[in-house]
Design a protein. Structure first.
Lengths: 232, 146
């Protein structure tokens, strides 16, 4: 099947290569800045540099699951199958990013905290988030009836998003180990040097472009699958 | 092919209601009950049981930490304090490089007969502040590539 038969999102195939180039280029710039340009940290030394991977991935995972939520509402409200394609695309990328930021966090935790993993609130709520969205993807495999599958997934996608604010706020609970938010601080400027903040923002831009690139690819694929589902 | 729009909107509202409910219950209950560690004061208030495994957390008291060459020597000592109650920690096993005086730490282990706390796991806490070391200074914790 050629891309011209995709009923919606015809602009996606055109912008996709450019998104890919922009994502790759900004990733290279962000990596050079994170590894060589940003200063080392006064307490942690060079190991803190994993922040430039861990934090953008975590934020993009949050964004991905909020997009799943919005697309789920869109499907239930309008019955437009495009929303189901957006939801599954974002859920898969969100699971990938959550898995990666859990691994990055673990690699950061061992040389600083001294453990790969511990059962503290931020880590537990994040593990729950990961498992819930893996469950979301499994749920999608339980039915071949398109409409039924999309509706079930949408209900789950709406309920599961509640863990996203819980993950973010869990560090504010008493007696946790994970440090507090550095950038999104209540009533304060970001608690890092301006060159570190700039590096983090460039990294965030790079990972956002990677997310956008993966989304356009996956949505196109899903729309093509939908067409095949209805023509056979 | 597709079911009725009306039924689905009811489902949408029901799902949103469940989400809000789950969120409210989780936010109010988890905060109180999911206790990762006890402060020395909380441990004292609960009553100290010799030999029961718990996690204690607080600040490493200034001047209380054994010298660095004792790290990993199975007799590494420091005091965990919350400003009111002090607990003498005797730690075995690996000590994280980031463990510093006047910084946070969490220890896992149990109180023993002489009133000290034998930690089998020491976890160093670090805060959310990142900044370059002052000119000429080296980071407290040197890891990663040289």
């Amino acid at each position: 099947m050629t891309e011209t038969t995709i009923p919606r999102g015809n602009t996606l195939p055109r912008i996709r290569p450019w998104l890919g180039i922009a994502a790759a280029a900004s990733f290279v710039v962000a990596s050079v800045m994170a590894l060589f340009w940003a200063p080392t940290d006064a307490v942690q030394g060079n190991v803190y540099r994993i922040l430039y991977v861990h934090v953008p991935l975590a934020w993009l995972a949050y964004l991905a699951f909020v997009v799943v939520f919005l697309a789920s509402v869109g499907w239930l409200w309008t019955k437009n199958p495009l929303f189901d394609a957006i939801a599954v695309a974002s859920a898969e990328i969100g699971v990938l990013f959550t898995g990666l930021f859990l691994v990055a966090g673990s690699i950061w935790a061992k040389p600083t905290w001294g453990v790969w993993w511990t059962w503290e609130p931020r880590l537990v709520t994040t593990a729950i988030m990961f498992v819930m969205y893996v469950g979301y993807l499994l749920l999608r495999g339980l039915s071949t009836d398109f409409s039924r599958r999309a509706t079930r997934a949408a209900v789950f996608g709406i309920i599961a998003v509640i863990d996203v604010p819980i993950v973010h706020l869990s560090v504010l609970w008493a007696n946790s180990l994970h440090q507090l938010p550095t950038v999104l601080r209540a009533g304060g400027a970001p608690a890092l040097d301006s060159s570190m903040l700039l590096t983090l923002m460039v990294s965030l831009g790079a990972y956002t472009l990677i997310y956008a690139y993966l989304m356009t690819s996956r949505i196109s694929l899903e729309l093509a699958r939908q067409v095949r589902l209805w023509t056979t | 092919m597709l079911d009725r729009v009306g039924a689905r909107r009811v489902l949408l509202i029901a799902a949103l209601a469940v989400a809000v409910l789950v969120g409210a219950v989780a936010a109010t209950n988890l905060q109180d009950q999911a206790v990762y560690y006890l402060t020395p004061s909380e441990a004292k208030a609960q009553g100290i049981v010799i030999g029961r495994t718990v996690r204690l957390g607080g600040l490493v008291k200034t001047g209380s930490m054994s010298s660095a060459d004792l790290r990993g020597a199975n007799d590494f000592r420091f005091v965990i304090t919350d400003g009111t109650v002090d607990v003498q920690i005797v730690a075995t096993g690996a000590i994280p490089g980031l463990l510093r005086e006047d910084a946070g730490a969490v220890v896992e282990g149990a109180f023993v007969d002489d009133g000290t706390f034998h930690a089998t796991q020491v976890i160093a806490k670090h805060d959310e502040v990142y900044k370059a070391p002052p000119a000429g200074a080296t980071p407290a914790h040197r890891t990663g590539f040289p």
